[in-house]
Design a protein around this ligand. Structure first.
Ligand SMILES: [Zn+2]
Length: 451
């Protein structure tokens, strides 16, 4: 059976108005400006930290004060997460002792969720990959040592396993700590953090990211046969806390029970003074602005357009925002869910994960209304916070741009380089338009996306 989807003049006109409002109207550069205020005022937003709580309150109040909220078009609420414990960083340092003539502090940052540790004169063994780890481990050269993973950049998906599983796999051979070459596509001496995942099957050992430059230096020292020793101090603790998802929505006029979901995660790491500008303050504010443009134009689509600021993506600990959302809303009728957590270069289209017939209809809607965003990457729509919905059969989407391997994104990801400087107001606007128009079209098209 072939289905013809015809263009609808009202939708076309609304899409034109959305474009106009973002490119030359009252919503121009608003995502960037609002994000800059939050980043400058509240700083990094570690999950369930006091800074994050202040930023959540601020953003919630902002939405409450929208004209469209006051006149009843937009509804906004905080949803409190169930009991949570968050990881809190304390003081940390890494000092190179041997072979330096005098002790030398190295740039470093503890990886997220690690256990504390205090090691004096620990001996370092450098490995380039899992193969070298296994080789040295079986030769009993890892026992009682600190393993440094010096794995050159390829892609994030390849390398994140060294960060997440590196401590466990070194611990299996008796290592006492891990130093990880930062998972980054480029470095000007920047440590990049991120979470580790202890399986529970091995002794939990502490782990810290070091810079690409120092990992290479340690490699040279080892290759020369120099003995490497360091002092490593990592303080941190788990603390009971509380946090909230923020949800704002325009209820559908005809099918309020059918939900078009979009959002980003509002928590971040804490590497520098502005960390969380790009990851994922930008994704959060871009999707929020995508909702606000529609609301400012007074549009109430047929279906419900829902925005969420997820709480707790980075640590991924129990009862975080994504898990809470699925527990509370997972049985509602989600037509599609879009997560924006990939950076904000100029949008060219979307990643999509779902059934072929659904993807076909998405492509047709794009061709009809927003042909400048015609790139659709199949099986590329999933995000960390939307995956639990995808597992329940909800089609998933994300915005995409031209950047092979996400090299631009991973220069700055989880480092002190994640600042407002690496974002561009026009590029952010292109994502506001892409997401706003796509989500609006799906929400207002007479025929719903196939389940
Ligand atoms: Zn993120």
């Amino acid at each position: 059976m072939t289905i013809a989807y015809c263009t609808n003049d009202a939708i076309k006109k609304n899409v034109d108005n959305i474009r106009q409002a973002i490119n030359a109207g009252p919503n121009k550069h608003k995502a960037y400006d609002k994000l800059a205020y939050i980043v400058d005022t509240f700083g990094p937003r570690m999950w369930a930290s006091p800074s994050m709580a202040l930023a959540v309150d601020y953003l919630y109040n902002q939405i409450q004060n929208w004209e469209a909220t006051k006149n009843g078009l937009v509804e906004v609420r905080l949803e409190k997460l169930d009991e949570i414990s968050t990881w809190v960083r304390g003081s940390e340092q890494l000092i190179l002792k041997s072979p330096r003539k005098r002790p030398q502090k190295l740039g470093m940052i503890g990886l997220g969720l690690i256990v504390p540790g205090n090691i004096k004169d620990g001996e370092v063994v450098v490995v380039r990959n899992w193969g070298e780890l296994d080789e040295k481990g079986k030769a009993n050269k890892i026992q009682g040592k600190i393993v440094c993973y010096n794995v050159p950049w390829t892609t994030y998906d390849d390398l994140k396993f060294y960060r997440q599983q590196g401590p466990d796999r070194a611990s299996a051979y008796g290592a006492i700590a891990v130093l990880l070459r930062s998972v980054a596509s480029f470095s000007i001496y920047s440590p990049h953090t991120g979470n580790v995942r202890y399986s529970g099957n091995f002794t939990k050992i502490p782990a810290a990211a070091i810079t690409v430059e120092d990992a290479e230096m340690l490699q040279r020292m080892q290759d020369r046969g120099q003995k490497i020793t360091v002092d490593l101090e990592l303080n941190n603790e788990m603390k009971a806390s509380e946090s909230h998802n923020i949800i704002a929505e325009i209820k559908g006029s005809q099918h309020p029970e059918q939900i078009i979901l979009m959002g980003g995660h509002f928590d971040s790491w804490d590497t520098g003074s502005q960390t969380g500008a790009m990851d994922d303050g930008a994704g959060t504010l871009v999707t929020l602005e995508a909702l606000k443009v529609v609301a400012d134009l007074g549009i109430r689509p047929l279906r419900t357009l829902r925005w969420i600021a997820w709480s707790g993506e980075e640590m991924g600990l129990p009862n975080n925002g994504a898990q809470h959302y699925v527990k509370k809303h997972g049985d509602e009728d989600h037509v599609v869910a879009l997560e924006n957590d990939v950076g904000q270069l100029t949008a060219i289209g979307f990643g999509f994960s779902g059934k072929l017939q659904t993807s076909r209809m998405v492509r047709q809607l794009i061709m009809n209304y927003i042909p400048d965003l015609s790139v659709v990457n199949e099986n590329d729509g999933s995000g960390v916070d939307t995956k639990p919905l995808g597992d329940k059969g909800v089609p998933l989407m994300r915005n995409i741009y031209k950047d092979p391997n996400d090299d631009y994104y991973f220069k700055y990801h989880h480092s002190a380089g994640d600042t407002m400087n690496i974002l561009n107001p026009d590029e952010m606007d292109s994502n506001v338009f892409a997401i706003s128009s796509m989500m609006y079209i799906i929400a207002d098209n007479p025929e719903r996306l196939p389940k």
